[in-house]
Design a protein around this ligand. Structure first.
Ligand SMILES: Nc1nc2c(ncn2[C@@H]2O[C@H](COP(=O)(O)OP(=O)(O)OP(=O)(O)O)[C@@H](O)[C@H]2O)c(=O)[nH]1
Ligand SMILES: [Mg+2]
Ligand SMILES: [Zn+2]
Length: 303
């Protein structure tokens, strides 16, 4: 049988699901146990077969999103993504540190972002103020912000337009509405989402596998399982710093080049905080992420 090109729409430990780009989905396994595992979004060469096809190789990747596993080692999640869409909502209450973690990840890979504020039909919730803070912050960082609701349909055409032709991945906490957005943007595939997701204890459908759905505009949408946190140790402290341009800029005015912005005299960052140029929450998030990556940097040097 001849080799064909396909698109990996889902990948688990021992097999993956390949879209043959001609209307068929095929379960494929890896050629050997040592073969590198394709991830969702990978273009692959594969050989059809029964019951499973075989993956022969992975085409070069434009980018690869990895997160730290429980030991902090990088683990590949998805490849070839055009935009990271961070989904937040009034319910569950937004987690600004998690948003910053995604920001670090996207910036370091130079992947454009978008903040989607979902469940706008619930904006009378107390946490809506937190959402407004996040929106203003993203504006300052030149990250596009859109808001809407999958319940009312508000804002969805704008999301569709702004991401036309792109391969986007929806990320965020569990329950913010990533799968609901997927269903709203790709209605023909709603059945497949139901098949793929498992039902949680509360009778909710919670996504268990990162899955790609092709859109009729040539792009694709990747639905991912909700997360509580995202380990970034493997990225190092410089990756953290470049996601905080306001802190980097203020640090230029610190008297000491190795200033920790703690109790040192003539600290530009503490002055920036006092003057309101740096948000206290951003500074706290930066400190938290730097503590994590600094520990990893030290461990790498064997210190
Ligand atoms: N009020 C309101 N509820 C929504 C909206 N969008 C989604 N929901 C509800 O929020 C709940 C969670 O939605 P999902 O789409 O499963 O959320 P998810 O982000 O995919 O969750 P995980 O798969 O666990 O990560 C469901 O009960 C949805 O009906 C919205 O715009 N407004
Ligand atoms: Mg989901
Ligand atoms: Zn300083």
């Amino acid at each position: 049988m001849s080799r064909a090109t396909g698109l990996v729409i889902m990948s688990t430990a021992d097999h993956c699901l390949v879209d043959d780009l001609a209307g068929g989905l095929h379960r494929c396994r890896l050629r050997g146990r040592r073969a590198s595992r394709p991830v969702c979004g990978d273009r692959v060469r594969w050989t059809p077969g029964a019951p499973d096809g075989v993956i022969d190789g992975i085409e070069p990747r434009r980018n690869l999103i990895e997160r730290g596993d429980f030991r902090g080692r990088p683990r590949a999640l998805v490849a070839n993504v055009d935009r990271l869409v961070i989904v937040v909502a009034p319910e569950p209450a937004p987690d600004s540190l998690l948003v910053d973690r995604y920001l670090v990840l996207a910036r370091t890979l130079a992947i454009p972002m978008l903040l989607w504020c979902n469940k706008q039909d619930l904006v009378d919730r107390p946490s809506a103020q937190t959402l407004n803070t996040l929106r203003a912050r993203c504006h300052r960082l030149d990250i596009p912000v859109l808001a809407g609701s999958t319940t009312t349909g508000a804002g969805l055409p704008a999301l569709r337009d702004q991401t036309r032709g792109e391969t986007i991945i929806l990320v965020g906490q569990s329950g913010v509405g990533k799968s609901s957005i997927t269903q709203a943007l790709i209605p023909a595939l709603s059945l497949r989402i139901g098949e793929i997701s498992a039902t949680s204890g509360q009778g909710r459908h919670t996504t268990s596998e990162t899955t790609l759905f092709r859109r009729d505009d040539g792009g694709a949408l990747i639905d991912s399982p909700g997360v509580r946190t995202l380990r970034l140790d493997h990225l190092g402290s410089e990756a953290v710093d470049q996601a905080y341009p306001e802190i980097l800029e203020a640090a230029g005015a610190c008297r000491f080049r190795d200033c920790r912005h703690d109790r040192e005299p003539d600290c530009g960052v503490r002055e920036g905080l006092a003057a309101g140029a740096i948000e206290p929450e951003r500074f706290e998030n930066w400190r938290r992420l730097r503590r994590e990556t600094d520990t990893a940097d030290t461990a790498e040097r064997g210190g």
